[in-house]
Design a protein around this ligand. Structure first.
Ligand code: GLY
Length: 383
């Protein structure tokens, strides 16, 4: 399946189960003082979870542009160095606002992964919340019972509060979660080391792909948890990781989500991407990742600047410039040249980029030129 087909199959699956398919919210958050950027698909539905507003549809699904570069969820330093973290990524999500709960969420996630996407069952593991005494939270027996209907018991693992209790930020909606992990190693390696020992252990081939959160609480400023009037489902599946699993690749960057951008970087710089951990290969991955974050945030109305969200974008852009300047030995503005590739790639799903392509390219180019002038005067240290 191509990445477009994979995305569509997700939306079709949930549409067939009564979900309204809604557009992604902007990646830049303007109306929530607890958040600069959308860091999860559920952000735009926060008021429905908290009971402040009534959801027009009790079941919703979408693909959401997310950015995890600040605050509680921040992956920036891993990006490009490893093969499966991103600044901007798409999160496929399905939601229930006071409607279905653990039984359906678990059953449907299993059905989608194993029957539609056909991921072999012996490559899957799930984790459920083990409980937390300090918080007064019990083990999630209900999720474990539901999973036992579908997956062998020795593939159901317990996870702690860090991994299996999801919170949007320091305050706000939260609850226990069950995660689905895939073991992408070859059979030989799988025989040698039991996959379950590698779950949640930063193994590049044993990765979490889907988180099903059961939103039940509102975390208060004083740290206490207040039960919500209704129970909700909030799921998030990393699209780029899913594509990598389904396309049988070792790295997200080897999928058709990134391959055109990587080919364009090779064409511009006259260098070859060699899939390794070299600084040069990391630079390819950093550029392929960062151009998406930079372009979509600008298209959604956030210009690079010296403060707040604008400063975060400027830092991401400068990180990319440093990488091509230092490790690809490219001394002209490069990033803006990648824009046609990604604007075209996302034209059908996020048309806001192609409709503002020349504006976004101009903003990026001006930023690059200004920062390259600084680097020429005084090379900045790599970070
Ligand atoms: N809200 C679920 C997740 O981001 O994993």
């Amino acid at each position: 399946m191509t990445s477009s087909e994979i995305r569509q199959a997700y939306l079709d699956f949930f549409r067939d189960r009564g979900h309204a398919i809604v557009p992604s919210a902007p990646i830049v958050v303007k109306n929530d003082p607890t958040l600069m950027f959308t860091n999860a698909g559920m952000n735009q539905f926060k008021d429905y979870f908290l009971g402040n507003k009534k959801a027009p549809n009790a079941r919703v699904a979408d693909t959401q542009k997310c950015l995890r570069v600040s605050g509680k969820h921040n992956d920036l330093e891993e990006v490009g160095v490893d093969t499966y973290h991103h600044t901007m990524f798409e999160m496929l999500g399905n939601w229930s606002f006071g409607d279905y709960f653990k039984k359906e969420a678990i059953e449907w996630s299993w059905e989608l992964l194993t029957s539609v996407y056909k991921i072999p069952k012996d490559r899957l593991y799930v984790t459920v919340f083990e409980g937390d005494e300090k918080e007064g939270l019990p083990r999630d027996e209900e999720a474990a019972t539901e999973w036992k209907k579908w997956i062998a018991e020795d593939r159901i693992l317990l996870g702690n509060k860090k991994d299996n209790f999801w919170e949007m930020g320091d305050t706000g909606p939260c609850g226990p979660c069950t995660e689905i992990h895939v073991d992408c190693r070859n059979d030989e390696e799988r025989k040698l080391v039991d996959g379950k020992t590698l779950v949640n252990n930063d193994h590049p081939q044993v990765i979490e792909i889907w988180n099903n959160v059961f939103i039940q609480f509102n975390r208060q400023k004083d740290g206490s948890l207040v039960s919500l009037p209704q129970k909700h489902v909030d799921t998030g599946m990393g699209f780029e990781r899913l594509v990598r699993v389904l396309q049988g690749k070792q790295s997200n960057y080897d999928t058709d989500v990134f391959s055109n951008t990587i080919a364009k970087i090779a064409e511009i710089t006259g260098r070859k991407y060699d899939y390794s951990d070299s600084r040069e290969a990391i630079a390819f991955r950093v550029l392929a990742d960062h151009i998406r974050a930079i372009s979509f945030t600008i298209a959604d109305g956030q210009l690079p600047s010296n403060t707040g969200a604008g400063y975060v974008i400027r830092r991401i852009l400068r990180r990319a410039v440093r990488y091509y300047y230092s490790y690809l030995n490219y001394r002209q503005p490069l990033l803006h040249q990648l824009l046609p590739v990604i604007a075209q790639q996302f034209a059908a799903v996020f048309p806001e980029l192609i409709s503002q392509e020349s504006f976004v390219a101009r903003v990026i180019r001006e930023e690059e030129e200004a920062f390259l002038r600084t680097l020429e005067k005084r090379p900045a240290p790599h970070r």
